[in-house]
Write a protein that binds this ligand. Structure first.
Ligand SMILES: Cc1cc2nc3c(=O)[nH]c(=O)nc-3n(C[C@H](O)[C@H](O)[C@H](O)COP(=O)(O)OP(=O)(O)OC[C@H]3O[C@@H](n4cnc5c(N)ncnc54)[C@H](O)[C@@H]3O)c2cc1C
Length: 293
């Protein structure tokens, strides 16, 4: 049975939550873990771009030629309980993970339900909210290391994850699966928490336009941490627009696509935001988004 599909000159619009139009010369769609490995093996000579839900990426090009290979993981994602831990393949979505935990009375993953993304993408940037991050729950990670062409299991040390970063990214590793701890929880309490978080996030965030979450990491200067949306507020960036890309009126930490934003609109807007914050506060903003160039 064929579980790996390769599309040529395929639209990436549905594979990035910002909804930018881009075309990939090579788009691999694996439908099982084995097919995912096959895709990795077949793309050794290409610049690989892994995509989970595309909820944290900026596709900076309109066309990715034959030197690139996009691999979308979200069609292949098994999630199961095994020897007292959860085994989650890279393509498991975070909402599915959270609901599985509610159903199985596992606590601690409520934070993940409303974060669009997959386990693979979440591990790369240690996704989370409040005091919770995915990295807190990881026992092991199965990875592929392109540099050494090796599949192996790693056990993260205490420095492995940080604020919106992980060593996976620094090492250029591809996430295949991970083992997650299963702290005991209470289904109904977890459900309440999930709904409470969701309500709060829908109240604050611009969910009516395509976006890719927070654009920048929270910066620190002289030991103090700043909220990006406040810096933007003070530099008059709330609602600032270039083409169809706009700093959200509702939550200035987000950039939204009002409909037909181009790569250039978004990149110009990102640069304008960085420039204004640098000029006014002497702060260098760092992108939380991953720019695919
Ligand atoms: C409305 C909204 C709200 C959000 N809220 C939050 C929030 O509260 N907290 C938070 O942390 N984030 C938030 N985000 C950002 C986003 O949801 C997270 O970063 C999420 O982890 C992205 O997962 P993904 O699978 O979509 O990753 P993608 O965007 O597909 O990829 C992100 C990066 O990971 C790489 N990657 C993906 N899969 C793999 C893999 N298997 N192996 C190796 N590399 C891989 C990609 O190449 C890329 O560099 C939000 C986004 C949106 C749109």
């Amino acid at each position: 049975m064929n579980e790996l599909f390769l599309l040529h000159d395929a639209s990436l619009k549905r594979y990035n939550t910002l909804g930018l139009d881009a075309v990939a010369s090579n788009l691999y769609l694996p439908f099982s873990q084995e097919a995912f490995k096959q895709a990795l093996i077949q793309t050794k000579n290409k610049t690989r771009v892994l995509i989970g839900r595309g909820a944290n990426i900026l596709l900076a090009r309109a066309y990715y030629d034959d030197s690139y290979a996009f691999i979308v993981t979200s069609n292949a994602g098994d999630l199961r309980l095994e020897n007292g831990e959860m085994v989650a393949e890279a393509g498991v979505t975070l909402d599915r993970l959270a609901w599985f935990c509610i159903e199985q009375s596992i606590g601690g993953f409520e934070f993940a339900e409303d974060i669009p993304g997959t386990v693979g993408g979440a591990l790369i940037m240690n996704a989370g909210q409040f005091e919770y991050t995915i990295g807190m729950y990881v026992n092991w990670i199965d990875v592929y290391h392109p540099a050494s062409d090796e599949f192996k299991r790693i056990y993260p040390d205490p420095d492995f994850f940080g604020y919106r970063r992980s060593k996976l990214e620094e090492e250029g590793a591809v996430v295949l699966a991970c083992g997650l701890r299963t702290p005991p929880g209470e289904s109904m309490k977890s459900l309440e928490k999930v709904l409470e978080y969701k309500r709060e996030r829908y109240r604050k965030q611009p969910r009516n336009y395509p976006n890719a979450g927070s654009v920048f990491k929270r910066p620190t200067k002289d030991g103090e941490t700043y909220y990006v949306w406040k810096l933007f507020e003070e530099t008059g960036l709330r609602g600032y627009r270039i083409g169809d890309a706009q700093v959200s009126e509702k939550h200035p930490g987000f950039i939204v696509n009002l409909g037909k934003a181009s790569q250039k609109d978004v990149l110009d807007l990102v640069n304008e935001c960085m420039k204004r914050v640098k000029q006014r506060f002497e702060i260098d903003l760092q992108l939380e988004w991953k720019v695919i160039d």
